[in-house]
Ligand binder design. Structure first.
Ligand SMILES: C[S@@+](CC[C@H](N)C(=O)[O-])C[C@H]1O[C@@H](n2cnc3c(N)ncnc32)[C@H](O)[C@@H]1O
Length: 179
């Protein structure tokens, strides 16, 4: 059994920004959103509270426990390694990824939610490559990263910093990315 990531500073920062973006949007009734790595469902709940129709909210996680939990909350969710099982295109794709460089002392159980490979960017880089073909016309990615994440390959995405927050040993960033 793999534990579900307990919402933390990263979750709260992403949630605040998603709330602001969605509440300000005047296309709420039609906007289609995908969250990769839904965990406890905190972002899905924020998205729903901001006025997005439940049938337009989609999610996945590599952790089957998280998927079951989000389904119980009433959200559409599938077990998927990034976009492996995802079909279609979305106006917004959001991800609070595992972004820390590998630390062998960290238990395997929590690594899935926190460790993004040797430099911290392997999962993010794979996500950025795959996300392109799932963005609708004028679609955007809302992605969280950290100052501790090294080696992010942004490719051709147009990047805008939406918010940041300094916590103990690191700074968290939330980016808007467009093709
Ligand atoms: C930092 S947690 C964020 C959870 C939640 N979205 C939040 O904001 O609190 C990262 C989540 O991504 C999931 N995850 C890690 N690698 C993944 C992958 N390759 N595909 C899909 N989900 C993944 C983890 O299981 C975990 O639930």
């Amino acid at each position: 059994m793999t534990m579900i990531y307990h919402p933390s500073d990263d979750s709260f920062l992403l949630s605040e920004i998603l709330k602001d973006i969605l509440e300000a949007s005047n296309e709420k009734s039609s906007v289609k959103i995908l969250e990769i790595g839904c965990g406890s469902g905190i972002q899905l709940q924020t998205i729903k509270k901001a006025g997005i129709k439940k049938e337009n909210i989609f999610s996945c996680d590599i952790n089957a426990e998280a998927v079951e939990h989000c389904k119980k909350l009433g959200f559409s969710s599938v077990k998927s390694d990034l976009f492996e099982k995802i079909k279609g295109k979305f106006d917004i794709i959001t991800f609070n990824p595992p972004y820390l460089p590998e630390d062998k002392r960290e238990p395997k159980d929590s690594q899935l939610a926190t460790t993004g490979g040797k430099k911290g960017s392997e999962v993010i880089n794979k996500f950025l490559r795959q996300a392109k073909s799932h963005l609708a016309k004028n679609g955007k990615i809302i992605l969280l990263t950290s100052s501790l994440t090294k080696g992010i390959k942004w490719g051709n995405y147009k990047k805008k910093l939406l918010g940041k927050k300094k916590i103990f040993m690191e700074e968290l960033y939330v980016w808007e990315l467009r093709r």
